[in-house]
Write a protein that binds this ligand. Structure first.
Ligand code: SF4
Ligand code: SF4
Length: 117
């Protein structure tokens, strides 16, 4: 899925005009993609003069970092709110279950969409 690096976006609006799904809009002088509308055609990626539209894979390290930070925050909150340091390890196990479930959903989805003709 494409995403827009707002640091690079110069507000030219070319992607908004060319998007066939009308999925891009300008907010605070930066383009943004409505992922519910995006059909993943790649047009915006090809035409952006600033290379501001980036591939999803480039976001992977950022997303992993965000998930790890979120897990650490939940662990600390669990320990504080429940008044017991041991609670943070229970929280960690719950987060592992959560990410495992996400993984299973992705795997099953890939299995099912692989059958589409
Ligand atoms: S084409 Fe690129 S620089 Fe222009 S508005 Fe879209 S994302 Fe920003
Ligand atoms: S990938 Fe295609 S549909 Fe999605 S925002 Fe870019 S131009 Fe629009």
């Amino acid at each position: 899925m494409p995403w827009i690096d707002t640091e690079r976006c110069n507000s030219c609006g070319i992607c908004i005009k060319k998007c066939p799904a009308k999925a891009i809009s300008m907010e605070n002088r930066k383009a943004g993609i409505n992922m519910d509308e995006c059909i993943h055609c790649g047009t915006c990626h090809s035409i952006c003069p600033e290379q501001a539209v980036r591939h999803d894979s480039e976001k992977t390290p950022y997303d992993v970092k965000k998930n790890v930070e979120m897990t650490k925050k939940f662990m600390d909150t669990c320990a504080k709110s429940l008044g017991d340091e041991k609670e943070k390890w229970k929280c960690l196990e719950r987060m592992k279950k959560y990410f495992n479930r996400e993984k299973v959903i992705a795997e099953k989805t890939l299995e099912e969409i692989g059958k589409l003709k």
